[in-house]
Design a protein around this ligand. Structure first.
Ligand SMILES: [Zn+2]
Ligand SMILES: [Zn+2]
Length: 253
């Protein structure tokens, strides 16, 4: 399986791109940087977007993707929890923040079709199947287990310490990698707890739940201003399985 890291930052500053993974050329997981990280030709090929949750750093470029392509492609299906789709309708595509691309060009045939997904139900996209699992963030959020015929990888979504996702992972024999969020340094543990994100300290406890000490773990969603401190704290963990994702890299499992 190949996954392109279109964006893996937890905030916006020059050179950073917020969360967006390209699973294959037509399927994205989150769309934070779908337009700043993919050229227009690549954007044209997107037909499906799975969302972990509705926070701005994960949905921002849904607005610009529609603006770039409406009327030109067959449109895009957004697959998200019902709560997330409700938020998109009410607070984003509402003609106040942005035009309602769930009704443009026409309500019968809009650019964005919103499809409600159910946690722990499998969804198939070509050769890839995806299982959403609820995680623990401040708003309704899922992580995803993405699987093809040989390999599974896990994307945590934004989360603080959580149980169900790691529990379900135990039934998968073929997990080749974990992509795990890490947003704040331990020096900001209180903020991380309130915002329900990991720090290196809570990550250390979560890694035990994976029960796969040899499977690589790639970290993403670092807040740009905390990057140097987070990197130093992770280095101090002296865990050779941990590394940081980079914007634009292609992961092969
Ligand atoms: Zn979030
Ligand atoms: Zn986020």
């Amino acid at each position: 399986m190949k996954i392109r890291v279109v964006g893996c930052d937890g905030g916006v500053a020059p050179g950073s791109e917020t969360t967006c993974f390209q699973v294959h050329e037509s399927l994205l997981i989150d769309a934070g940087s779908a337009c700043t990280g993919l050229d227009i030709d690549a954007q044209r090929k997107v037909t499906d977007v799975l969302l972990t949750h509705a926070h701005l750093d994960h949905i921002r470029d849904l607005g610009f993707l529609a603006d770039n392509l409406f009327g030109e492609t067959e449109g895009v299906t957004i697959h998200a929890l019902p709560e997330v789709n409700r938020i998109l309708r009410k607070h984003f595509f509402n003609y106040a923040i942005w035009p309602d691309f769930t009704r443009i060009p026409s309500p019968q045939d809009p650019f964005y079709r919103l499809h409600d997904i159910e946690p722990e139900k499998q969804y198939v996209f070509g050769e890839v199947s995806v299982l959403p699992v609820r995680v623990d963030h401040t708003v309704p959020t899922v992580g995803f287990i993405v699987e093809d015929s040989t390999t599974a990888i896990v994307i945590s979504g934004d989360t603080g310490p959580t149980e169900r996702l790691w529990q379900i992972c135990k039934s998968y024999k073929n997990i080749k990698g974990f992509l795990v969020e890490l947003a704040f340094p331990h020096t900001h543990q209180e903020v991380a707890n309130a915002a329900k994100h990991y720090t290196p300290a809570t990550l250390k406890d979560e890694l035990v739940k994976f029960e796969r000490p040899d499977t690589p773990v790639a970290l993403y969603h670092l807040k740009p201003r905390h990057k140097p401190r987070i990197e130093a704290e992770v280095e101090a963990m002296e865990n050779p399985n941990l590394r940081f994702l980079k914007n634009g890299e292609v992961l092969t499992f």
